[in-house]
Design a protein around this ligand. Sequence first.
Ligand code: ADP
Length: 405
Amino acid sequence: MPLTPEEPIAPVGETVPAPRGEPDPRQLERRLEELTRELEIKDRLLTGNLLQMERVAGKLRQILASMSSAVLMVELDGYLSEANPRARMLLNIEGELPILASAVLPEPLQNILDEVVGEGRHVSLDELLLEGRHGVQTLRVDCRLVRDDMGNPIGVLQILDDQTHLIHMERRLEQSRTLAALGEMAASVAHELRNPLGGIGGFAALLKDLLEPESDPHRYTLRIIDGVEGLNKVATNLLTYTRPVEPRLQVLDLRQLLREVLSFIQIEVEQARLPLELEIDLGLTELPVRMDPELMRQSFLNLFKNAVQAFEGGPGRLGCRVHQTRAPGGAARIAVEVWDTGPGIPENLHEKLYNPFFTTRAKGTGLGLAIVRKNVELHGGVISLRSKPGQGACFTVQLPLALEL
Ligand code: ADP
């Protein structure tokens, strides 16, 4: 730009004083340096704060990850922004967050969330039943609004605790207390019953031989013998169930034991001409298990007999499959599945089936599964059931694997 006559040209070595009212460039330079320094300090502070925040966030994430409770944070726009690993596992949540909460939360939890947002109140439930991946789960739920420093709501926090295991244990404890008392009484009644029953059965058998075959008195006597046999069975089962058992453990091949039980069942099915197909898959290797063979034989016989009886004479398939699995702690186990394509069992009965005297069969004693569970637990194992009405039943017995035969 050309110089104008008003602008004096400074001779070499002289400086032109700044025109009055205009900022001094040297002052400006100093100010600039000061500001740059201030900026650098603030920048360092900010970086420090950010690092600090990242550390705090990291710690929070670690705390959330190590919590046994499931923790979920849902923003007010309905998006799930946080779900710790326990929550992801419990509710089967996969993929990146945020995601629309209603797309991943089961309906009852979404309803609670809506209630908390809509009415601004805290909801706490001791037992919420949820259909999960592994059956019905019992959850304790705590759901509340989260507010900022000014008291404005910024989201909803949902904390879930899986109580399924605890509730099962409580029920089992209660059950075993009742059983202990009941057992004592039942054992003495059964014992008292067996002697007179033996007499009645014996005399009825003698009487039958004296009567003319096919006559009415002969038929009545047969009915008496039948009834006595039934009562004897109940008394024997009762004694088996209530008697304290000391298992005689030895390491044996469970595969061999299952083969024996299955061949017995096969003969029964064939003799009764039942239209049932047996599918057996016992794997290719031996299955060493520390067991009392008598108790195990009795247990698997009960399970297979139940499977046969489930068909009530109709056609179907039943089978046995074996595979290796691990206990929650990591110990190796053998899982034996006893399955059938029968009528299945409604979910609300699954726990009751193991109660002594629970039966839906006219000739049942209701002690079969109670004995199976007792035996399996005596061996450090567990029994579980997968079944729905119309879709057959599958009882799985898991037993600890022994090192070798
Ligand atoms: P019981 O056979 O004398 O009735 P259990 O304890 O063995 O006694 O069985 C209890 C009940 O469980 C049976 O009455 C039946 O209702 C049910 N159950 C057991 N196994 C099966 C099965 N495989 N399919 C359908 N229902 C079953």
